[in-house]
Every structure is written in C-alpha cells, then in structure tokens.
Design a protein. Structure first.
Length: 92
C-alpha cells in the first residue's frame, strides 16, 4: 500500500538518496522486489522518483496542477452497467 506524506526534513529518498526537504511531499510505499504489496518493506520516494516510477502524476484540474500519488485512481472504476434504480416503496 502507499501513503503520501509531508517531509519533516529527515526523510531520505530510497531511490536517488537525496534528503527530502522540509514540507516537500513524499511517498511511503510497501513493496517487495519492486512490486507494490499490501504489507512489506517500506520504501520512501521523493516526488521526482515517484513520477519516474509511475507512482505519482500531475493532474490538471480546474486550471491548477495537482500532484497525486494515486494515478490509478479513477482508472480502476468499473463501468457501471447495472442501473440501481431507486426502489419505490410507496404502498398505499
Ligand atoms: Zn528520489
């Protein structure tokens, strides 16, 4: 699993080895052998490395550029074929 956090200035990126500056966003991800898993070794990545690895992306929303650590969100939504029509429960 992955979590986006804000650096307190003491976090080092596991990929490029640079210290992530205070207030900069970074990602904690649990992975084994480079594959994301539910529970495993925690890795810390700066934004640049997340972008390179595909763990983050910039989205353009309402004229603003927003960084997201969950690029797959929204793509995983299954087509909603079943129409959940409201059941009329009016019994007179
Ligand atoms: Zn990095």
């Amino acid at each position: 699993m992955r979590r986006g956090l804000i650096s307190l200035g003491k976090v080092q990126c596991d990929s490029c080895q640079r210290t992530i500056p205070y207030a900069e966003r970074y990602l904690v991800i649990e992975e084994e052998d480079g594959v994301e898993v539910e529970s495993g070794k925690k890795s810390y990545y700066c934004v640049d490395c997340c972008l390179k690895k595909g763990y983050a992306e910039y989205r353009h929303e309402k004229g603003e550029t927003v960084l997201t650590f969950f690029p797959s969100e929204g793509k995983l939504q299954e087509p909603d074929d079943e129409k959940t029509s409201e059941q009329a429960g009016d019994n007179e």
